[in-house]
Design a protein around this ligand. Structure first.
Ligand code: FCB
Length: 781
């Protein structure tokens, strides 16, 4: 077999799902599903009426397989009991049409559209749903089983259980970790029961399609063999069990992974896992459907709260890597598919694998002569090469189904996503084969890839063809008027001839106009001039070396807020870094509503989608307090800055919790931001609390005030009273005795801020960064 030839009997095909393409949600007796309630897909691709056209398209492509799903509420409008024969007629006709065209149907029974009636009876967290699923499988098999050989029970149960029941982003929109684990178990049980029913009814092949996002650290994305620290290895392993082991192990080995069960037990108890369930779940399967889009990148990060979609993921940061991304923001990492297939074949050597979904969303442009989706072509091509590499190493991969045949309704994202090989104009339902469809047709005809990799036109290629500079191309694409008519015409011609489509990264490159970033200092809550100076220094140096200019803006009055927002809205900057925000600051919210990417220094009071960089204030304050406890201090007071500042609140929380763990009571005196207010607070504290042997101050400025006050009272530091601060920006060097304090990694924070903003500018998905704080012990405590 040559490198670009696939096995003779390799199956080429496409995938869709009922709710995403059918439309006709209220027609012919179909009942509502949880997705109708959650986000109405309307007419979708009207596949319900246009399936003959769509089958013709597939025939033209030459595909050998079409994976579609049956809508449970179309067949059983109340989820159970009464069968709707007209609903079944649709699938009956679709199957005949496919067989006539020489296309083998792969039927998925559950692609997320649970009948609403069953949700009202408790949904998947209710055990009965699993039994109703098996009944439904029987009903569908009764009608189609004479012509359909391959059955997939569930599609991506992890997504349905956790994105639907824990994160609340998909239907039914619940936010309960316990519900998610219970739902997952009942989906597994439903799979086992349905597999048994299908097998007994004579199904030739039974399988399931799972979502796979190989879990990697950022370093492993480029170097898969990279040695991991113990903490990172544990983080990778934990997420892998939650997302993959939770489903693979029960289905293929009849057991849950141990360390997963601990999390399930802690979150949902184990009452829902009954004697005998695992035996039912572990029905032999003939085919494992692999849905692969992108890896999941994580690293150990002490103090990071659990991600709602992954209950039990405390101390793990979900992060990003600087790779190309699709319009969805998903990292494009074909090599992770090779790794994945290799691993599955090693761990489950008897299993037959098939890629049941792989594909990409890119913002396609319809031109007079088609849709030149070169991004999608190269995405699929690279993934086919990755697949072939695994096959050559011995993985048993039967075929490859592109997600998707058609642009369709992308769940929580609606119609803004375009995954299709075929473009759909949702207003007219007109279909246009994209270049990727025509290319896929050639691949299928050839039984493999061409010898030359497709050369993707880039901004440079366009510039060379048009004999203009790269900047001119960029200006034309941005519609800037400063380009001569002649140059514009040349660029547009080159774009058309080359089929150039800027990908997400290039698009953000070309739409970036100013190369200027606003660094906004939010003055009222902002003392610690040393901190500000350091952050400004580091942010500026990282951004300048990335070719950006900085505009410093002060936000101290309502008037200045207005000015800043106006400046950003006028497109005078590409992005904004705001430092820091306190909860009385409406600027964050106003800036978040503009189009410019925004990142914050300091966790905002209200959780939002705006990413921030912060230090772990809770853990830092706890470390300071634990240090004092270890020194034998028992009567510890706190001089606490303004609690409307989120960082101060968190420091207070960390301090309190550390004391509580020792059964000790906190003594807190409130101060302002400056040392003078700490002098007064210390006097109050010593007066009210009586004997104290240590004081923790929420900042170094306050700690300096505490030292002064204590000295004035004739107490010795640390012999009579130890003092610990928070910050360590510069204060430690000017107090006497030198201050023991919690170090805020200023440079790390500033660099992380700058990098976070750069990632956002490139359209890469971003998550907040929380850095660890460390205690620096000096003489004061
Ligand atoms: C998968 C789903 C499929 C589609 C793709 C993009 O998780 O199974 O329906 O939405 O993602």
């Amino acid at each position: 077999m040559s490198r670009t030839k696939f096995p003779e009997d390799f199956v080429w095909g496409t995938s869709t799902s009922a709710y995403q393409v059918e439309g006709a949600n209220g027609e012919d007796g179909r009942g509502p599903s949880i997705w109708d309630t959650f986000s109405d897909s309307g007419a979708a691709c009207d596949h319900y009426h246009r399936y003959p056209d769509d089958v013709r398209l597939m025939k033209d492509l030459g595909v050998g397989a079409y994976r579609f799903s049956v809508s449970w509420p179309r067949v059983l409008p109340e989820g159970a009991g009464r069968v709707n024969p007209v609903g079944l007629d649709f699938y009956d006709k679709l199957v005949d049409e496919l067989l006539d065209a020489g296309i083998k149907p792969y039927v998925t029974l559950y692609h997320w559209d649970l009948p609403q009636a069953l949700e009202e009876r408790g949904g998947w967290p209710e055990r009965d749903t699993a039994y109703r699923f098996a009944d439904y499988a029987q009903v569908v098999h009764d009608r189609l089983g004479d012509r359909v050989g391959t059955w997939l029970t569930l599609n991506e149960p992890w997504v349905a259980a956790f994105i639907g029941h824990a994160a609340g982003i998909h239907a039914p929109g619940r936010k309960s970790a316990a519900d998610a684990f219970t739902a997952a178990h009942h989906m597994l049980l439903g799979h086992g029961l349905a597999a048994r029913v299908l097998r007994a009814a004579g199904a030739a092949e039974v399988g399931v399609a799972l979502n796979f996002a190989p879990v990697l650290t950022p370093g492993q994305v480029t170097d898969p063999g990279k040695k991991l620290s113990e903490e990172d290895a544990e983080a990778v392993d934990r997420i892998d069990r939650l997302m993959h082991g939770q489903f693979l192990e029960p289905m293929l080995r009849g057991r849950y992974p141990d360390r997963l069960l601990e999390i399930v037990d802690r979150t949902a108890g184990l009452g829902h896992v009954r004697e005998g369930d695992l035996e039912v779940i572990a029905q032999p399967i003939d085919l494992l459907g692999v849905n692969y889009y992108a890896p999941c990148v994580v690293q150990a990060q002490p103090g990071e709260p659990a991600d709602p979609a992954y209950p039990g993921s405390e101390d793990i940061l979900f992060t990003t890597v600087p790779t190309a991304v699709t319009a969805m923001g998903w990292a494009i990492v074909p090599s992770a598919l090779t790794l994945l297939l290799g691993r599955l074949s090693r761990e489950y050597p008897d299993l037959n694998l098939m890629i049941t979904e792989n594909g990409a969303d890119f913002a396609d442009t319809v031109t007079g002569d088609g849709v030149h989706d070169t991004d999608r072509v190269s995405f699929i091509e690279e993934h086919l090469r990755a697949l072939l590499a695994a096959v050559e190493e011995g993985a048993k991969v039967r075929g490859y189904l592109v997600w998707s045949l058609l642009d369709c309704h992308e769940w929580a994202d609606g119609y803004q996503r375009r995954f299709g090989l075929v473009h759909v104009d949702f207003a007219t339902q007109r279909r246009i084969m994209k270049d990727s469809a025509l290319w896929y047709r050639d691949v299928i005809r050839r039984g493999g890839l061409g010898d030359d990799r497709l050369k993707r036109p880039t901004l440079e290629t366009v510039a060379a063809r048009a004999h203009v500079s790269r900047a001119t191309v960029s200006r034309v694409i941005n519609g800037e008027l400063s380009v001569s008519a002649d140059a514009r015409a040349k660029v547009l011609l080159a774009v058309k001839e080359l089929g150039y489509v800027p990908n997400a990264a290039a698009r953000s490159l070309v739409t970036r106009r100013t190369d200027t970033i606003a660094l906004v200092l939010s003055a009222p809550g902002q003392r610690g001039d040393a901190l500000t100076a350091a952050v400004v220094h580091y942010v500026t140096s990282v951004l300048e070396s990335a070719g950006k200019r900085i505009t410093l803006m002060l936000s101290d009055t309502a008037e200045s807020h207005r000015r800043i927002v106006q400046h950003v809205e006028a497109g005078l900057v590409d992005g904004v870094i705001l430092l820091p925000a306190d909860d009385t600051d409406p600027l964050t919210e106003r800036l978040a509503r503009t189009d410019a990417p925004l990142v914050l220094l300091g966790k905002p009071a209200v959780t939002s989608l705006v990413p921030y960089v912060d230090v772990d204030n809770v853990a830092g304050a706890a470390a300071a307090t634990e240090h004092l406890l270890r020194q034998g201090r028992r009567h510890i007071g706190m001089v606490c800055g303004p609690t409307q500042l989120v960082a101060v609140q968190d420091r207070l929380t960390g301090h309190r919790e550390a004391l509580q763990r020792e059964g000790l009571r906190p003594h807190v005196a409130l101060a302002g931001l400056d040392g003078e207010s700490a002098v007064a607070a210390t006097a109050r504290l010593l007066h009210d609390a009586g004997r104290l042997d240590a004081i923790f101050a929420s900042s170094d400025e306050l700690a300096a005030g505490v030292l002064r006050a204590v000295e004035g009272m004739g107490l010795r530091v640390p012999a009579d009273l130890a003092v610990v601060g928070f910050g360590d920006v510069a204060a430690a060097s000017w107090t006497s005795p030198a201050l023991t304090t919690v170090r805020v990694p200023v440079a790390g924070q500033a660099k992380a801020l700058a990098r976070l903003l750069l990632s956002r500018l490139e359209g890469r998905p971003t998550t907040s960064v929380v850095l660890p704080a460390s205690l620096v012990v000096r003489d004061s405590g």
